[in-house]
Design a protein. Structure first.
Length: 294
C-alpha cells in the first residue's frame, strides 16, 4: 500500500487520474457532488466518500481536480473549510488550473495552519490522464514538491518544479495560451486546404513533415475523420471543454494585464473561443473551433 489519498473532483480528468492511483497501490477515497461520477470511479476501485470530511479521514494526501479557483477556495477555505479539518502531516496537492492568486492563497492558508500544500496543474488532456502520462507544473516549497512527486509520478511522466507558489499556474496558462493559438492556426490551415479541394488527411500528413508541424496537428487533429480516438472524430465530445479553455485564456489575459505584457494572439484567441462558446459550444471539446471556421 502506497498510502491513503482523498481525491476531490472525479470528472474528465480526476476520474482517470484517481483510477491510476488505485492501480499504483494507493487506497483512494473519492468525492464529487455528481453521483454518477462517484459510481463510475467506484468501478475503478475508488471508494465512494459520502462527504468531504469522510474522504479526508485518516488520509496522507489530498488531491483535487476541480473546475476553477472559486471551487478550490470554497472547498479548502471558504465553504467546506477542509483546511480546518485536515491532519497536520497531510500534503494537499491541487491539480486544478486556477489563477496564481488562488493557489498562492491556498498554499499560504495551509501553511498558516501548519499544513503543506502545492499546486500542480497539468498538461496532457484526458488521453494523458487515462494513460498516466500527464505533465505536472508544480509551484510551492521544494520539499513539498518532492513529496508530491511520490503521488504525481503515478499519474504522469513529467513533474516539473516551476518555482514558488503561483509559478506552476503561470507556466500552465502560458502553455495553454500557446495551445489555443496553435489549435486555431491548425484549424484555419486545414479549412483553407479543404476549401481549396485538399483531403484534410493528406494535408495533415504533409504539414506534419513540414514546418507547420505542431502538437494540435500531430496529437489532436481538429478536422473530423483525420485521426481516430480524438474528440474531432467523436462529435467533439470528451476532452477539454471550450468553457475551460475560455477560463484559461481569461487567466492569461489577467496575468498579461497585471504584468503589462502584450499578448495580441492570446487576446484574439480568447475572443474567438468566447464567441464560439457563446454560440452554444461551451460543452464541446476545444478542437471544435474548427466548426467556427468551416
Ligand atoms: P470536469 O468538469 O469534467 O470535472 C471537474 C469535477 O469537479 C466535476 O465532476 C465537478 O462535479 C467536481 N467538483 C466541483 N466542485 C467539487 C467539490 N467541492 N468537491 C468535489 N468535486 C467537485 O473538468 P475537467 O475537464 O476534469 O477539468 C478539471 C480541471 O483540470 C480544470 O481546472 C481544468 O482546467 C483542468 N484541466 C483539464 C484538462 C482537460 O483536458 N479536460 C486538461 C488540463 C487541465
Amino acid at each position: 500500500m502506497n498510502g491513503n489519498v482523498a481525491f476531490f473532483g472525479l470528472g474528465h480528468m480526476g476520474g482517470p487520474m484517481s483510477a491510476n492511483l488505485v492501480k499504483a497501490g494507493f487506497n483512494v477515497a473519492g468525492f464529487d457532488p455528481v453521483g454518477e461520477l462517484l459510481d463510475a470511479a467506484a468501478t475503478q476501485g475508488v471508494k465512494k466518500a459520502a462527504s468531504p470530511l469522510e474522504a479526508i479521514a485518516g488520509t496522507d494526501y489530498v488531491v483535487s481536480m476541480l473546475p476553477n479557483g472559486e471551487d478550490v477556495e470554497a472547498l479548502y477555505i471558504d465553504s467546506d473549510k477542509l483546511l480546518e479539518h485536515i491532519a497536520e502531516n497531510t500534503l494537499v496537492i491541487d491539480c486544478s488550473t486556477v489563477a496564481a492568486a488562488s493557489s498562492t492563497r491556498l498554499i499560504a492558508e495551509a501553511q498558516k495552519r501548519g499544513l503543506h500544500a502545492v499546486e500542480a496543474p497539468v498538461s496532457g488532456g484526458v488521453a494523458g490522464a487515462v494513460a498516466g502520462t500527464l505533465s505536472f507544473m508544480c509551484g510551492g516549497e521544494a520539499a513539498d514538491v518532492e513529496r508530491a512527486r511520490q503521488v504525481l509520478q503515478h499519474m504522469g511522466s513529467n513533474v516539473f518544479h516551476a518555482g514558488p507558489a503561483g509559478a506552476g499556474q503561470t507556466a500552465k496558462i502560458c502553455n495553454n495560451m500557446l495551445l489555443a493559438i496553435h489549435m486555431i492556426g491548425t484549424a484555419e490551415a486545414l479549412q483553407l486546404g479543404v476549401d481549396n479541394g485538399l483531403d484534410p488527411k493528406v494535408l495533415s500528413e504533409i504539414m506534419l513533415k513540414s514546418s507547420g508541424a505542431n502538437w494540435s496537428l500531430e496529437k489532436y487533429n481538429p478536422y473530423p475523420g483525420v485521426m481516430e480516438n480524438v474528440p474531432a472524430s467523436k462529435n467533439y465530445s470528451g476532452g477539454f471543454m471550450v468553457k475551460l479553455m475560455c477560463k484559461d485564456l481569461g487567466l492569461a489575459q489577467q496575468a498579461a494585464t497585471a504584468s503589462r505584457s502584450y499578448t495580441p494572439l492570446g487576446s484574439l484567441a480568447r475572443n474567438l473561443y468566447g464567441l464560439h462558446g457563446r454560440a452554444g459550444n461551451e460543452g464541446l471539446d476545444f478542437s471544435s473551433i474548427q466548426r467556427l471556421l468551416g
